[in-house]
Ligand binder design. Structure first.
Ligand code: ADP
Length: 605
């Protein structure tokens, strides 16, 4: 999606609000112009005395004055003043509501874009997260989308400012088109001069932001790699790099300041020159009543100048936002991201009857040619466990992710009771599935919230039962507020074993039909491991399990063990069958088990 299409797509979602903001904005600009236009005859009437009678005022102004001829000379100034006042009041009312509706529009657009962004983040395949930095995603959601939404507001502001400029220019032309030609030419020179400074400062700003990013990264590196720097004795080298960056940054900032500071004085000097030229030309042009006409002209010009300045600023803002708009368009574009294909008539998953089959399943991650799984055939009957073993990178987690339907196979299929997994409604399927992995996510919330996350109606008894089965009840009761204790970011207040038992309780309370187990107890001490092991055993009772196995007990009890190597199943059978075969598994087993026999823990990852 191009940037323009993105803006148009979202703008079309709020046609009424955009129209209202536009009409109110133009109304404010017009009333502003009208109030200025009405001040002119008022001034002329009050100051010029017999200027009109002498016929020296421009013809159009005489017509304007003639509008008030029907009023007596006593009431004329009051009528004129009343009208000016009314126009100013109306300008401010429309201006106020225009600002309100434009702010509201911009927030509505930003919220709509953010919600679409959040929906996209919830829908997109996990692969997206593997390839994007969290910090970048956060910055797209908060900064770039807000900047993009503000573009429409800036666009309307530009139209409103242009209308104001045009109405004021119209009045100036009415007073003297020759003088307006001269002043427009002069203003154009100031405009171009300003533009050159702005361009220069934009480029310098970009350079400054890049250098400052490099500088912060270097400082962060010095802090993080502090031990390594000391070990390899590169302190001097690192200091020199940091010094060079510091001096470079100062140099850019100096140029930036020199450029910025030059704009105002140059503008002031140019302004005085313009004023002088206008006064001299005015003296020549208005042969009679010069002072009054010149004063009126300069008053209107004085009211016009801020609009030119506003227009400049708005254009500058738009230019600065261009980068964010491109980033937002890329972020919100669904076509360049991987999504699961949704089947129009999905089956509702109720319960596993026979078993799960992997039929010639191959898989490559999106945008990658490399085959991570290559022709996997596996049969997992109901109520049994298949243990996956193999070295790190063999494809075990990827196979488990396919069963959880985080990804779909590139070819082949996974069937549940003979029906393709893709044909099941993923909500009902996932609610029957439990996943206990090494990196369990815990919310910065209460223990109870973490266990019951995603469930609507859970009784206290169910919560306590799950905690007891997961061997978590005792330590929960020792926490200051029991189940209501807040456990901190990602559960920092808990030990590794406690966090795992909470994860098991979370799986248990959902009574999963199918279980994916990525058990890791190698990081735990023996006592914690025993508690976690008991909890896992409870969890595994009467369930269909795909386990990435690290532990001897899981492997020995497994219905079958699939040994994986580079995306293929190289051996398949029960523990004793595979040992008797004296093949890959037997070698792996003796290699790992000889080192760890005392721990009874087989860790291949
Ligand atoms: P295991 O669980 O056996 O250690 P994985 O399934 O985690 O193996 O990884 C298998 C291969 O897939 C590895 O080579 C890994 O680098 C690659 N891989 C994992 N995730 C991604 C991803 N999101 N994009 C591309 N390649 C990936």
């Amino acid at each position: 999606m191009s940037s323009k299409k993105l803006i148009l797509k979202y703008a079309l979602k709020y046609p009424f609000l955009i129209l209202l903001t536009f009409v109110l904005g133009c109304g404010a600009a017009l009333f502003n112009g009208i109030s200025t236009a009405l001040i002119v005859p008022l001034l002329l009437g009050a100051l010029s005395g017999n200027l009109l009678e002498t016929g020296k005022a421009p013809g159009v102004l005489q017509h304007l004055m003639a509008l008030f001829d029907n009023f007596s000379s006593q009431s004329k100034p009051f009528v004129m003043f009343g009208l000016v006042f009314l126009a100013i009041v109306l300008k401010n009312i429309t201006g106020y509501f225009s600002s309100i509706s434009s702010g509201h529009l911009s927030r509505c657009l930003a919220n709509r874009m953010k919600l679409d962004g959040i929906r996209l983040l919830l829908d997109v395949d996990l692969d997206f997260y593997a390839k994007h930095k969290n910090g970048d995603i956060m910055s797209h959601l908060s900064y770039d989308l807000t900047q993009t939404a503000g573009t429409i507001q800036t666009g309307i502001l530009i139209v409103r400012t242009v209308v104001s400029i045009l109405t004021h220019l119209g009045i100036l032309i009415l007073i003297s088109w020759q003088l307006t030609l001269i002043s427009t030419g002069l203003l154009a020179i100031v405009f171009l001069c300003n533009q050159a400074f702005l361009n220069f400062s934009k480029n310098l700003g970009k350079e400054a932001s890049e250098v400052s990013k490099k500088y912060s990264n270097k400082i962060l590196e010095i802090i993080m790699a502090n031990r390594l720097i000391r070990t390899v004795k590169t302190e001097h080298k690192e200091f020199q790099i940091a010094k060079k960056l510091t001096l470079y940054l100062e140099n850019v900032q100096f140029r930036l300041q020199a450029n910025d500071q030059a704009i105002a004085p140059i503008n002031e000097v140019l302004g005085v020159i313009i004023l002088l030229v206008i006064v001299l030309s005015g003296r020549h042009l208005f042969s009679g009543g010069t002072a009054v006409l010149l004063m009126t002209y300069l008053l209107v010009l004085y009211k016009l100048l801020p609009f030119v300045n506003n227009l400049n600023q708005a254009r500058n803002q738009l230019a600065k936002r261009t980068f964010s708009i491109d980033v937002a368009a890329d972020f919100l574009n669904r076509e360049n991201k991987p999504f699961m294909v949704k089947h129009p008539q999905p089956h509702r998953y109720t319960q596993l009857e026979k078993g799960i089959a992997f039929e010639n399943v191959s898989f490559s991650y999106p945008d990658s040619q490399q085959l991570i799984l290559d022709g996997i055939d596996l049969w997992l009957p109901k109520g049994k466990t298949i243990a996956l073993v193999g070295f790190s990178g063999a494809g075990k987690s990827t196979l488990a992710d396919l069963l959880a339907r985080f990804y779909d196979p590139s070819s082949g299929r996974i069937t549940i009771d003979g029906i393709d997994l893709r044909d099941y409604d993923s909500t009902s399927y996932r609610s029957a599935m439990g996943i206990v992995s090494q990196d369990t996510f815990l919310f910065n919330n209460s223990v109870a919230h973490n266990i019951t996350y995603g469930l609507d109606k859970v009784t206290n008894e169910q919560l306590i039962e799950a905690a007891k089965l997961a061997n978590a009840y005792e330590f929960i009761m020792e926490l200051p507020q029991g189940f209501d204790t807040q456990i901190g970011d990602r559960g920092v207040m808990l030990s590794g074993g406690q966090r795992q038992r909470l994860a098991i309780a979370r799986a248990l309370i959902r009574h999963p039909d199918i279980l994916i187990l990525d058990e890791a107890t190698s990081a735990l001490d023996t006592a914690s491991e025993r508690l976690v092991q008991q909890a896992i055993d409870k969890l595994c009772e009467n369930r269909t399990i795909l386990a990435i196995a690290h532990r001897l007990s899981t492997i020995e009890k497994a219905y079958q063990i699939a040994v994986m190597e580079r995306g293929r199943i190289v051996e398949l059978g029960s523990h004793s069958e595979l040992l008797a075969r004296h093949g890959y598994y037997a070698r792996l087993y003796s290699l790992q088990f000889s080192d760890r026999a005392s721990e009874a823990n087989l860790s291949y990852r």
